[in-house]
Write a protein of this length. Structure first.
Length: 115
């Protein structure tokens, strides 16, 4: 579920310019992945949201995948910005990417009539 977002974040981090900030890179990554990937909005996203809200084992698996993705992004951020971010700060930025992604999914679901 998170592979495209993790790949986009890692690509943005690796292609960063000296003036780029961590949060800006992650926002750019989220924008880029939403331009080319429909996993966060559409029929499958609505189904995934329904299952995540109604089936505990699906919710647990989704949370585990989200945590794994956050840790992966955090590792890359911390490596790219060692003077600015420790491992907990990198994790905060990684969580921000996923939180914005889930907020986007929820917004799209509401626009399409899913509650």
């Amino acid at each position: 579920m998170c592979d495209a977002r993790v790949a986009a974040a890692v690509a943005a981090i690796e292609a960063r310019e000296p003036e780029d900030r961590p949060a800006d890179l992650l926002l750019q990554a989220l924008h880029n992945v939403n331009e080319t990937n429909t996993e966060m909005a559409g029929p499958m996203a609505r189904l995934r949201m329904r299952l995540t809200h109604s089936v505990p084992v699906v919710r647990g698996r989704a949370l585990q995948e989200q945590l794994d993705a956050q840790l992966e992004i955090a590792r890359h951020l911390q490596a790219a910005f060692p003077d600015e971010l420790d491992s907990s700060a990198g994790g905060c930025h990684g969580r921000g990417l996923h939180r914005r992604g889930h907020q986007g999914t929820a917004s799209a679901a509401r626009r399409n009539g899913l509650r």
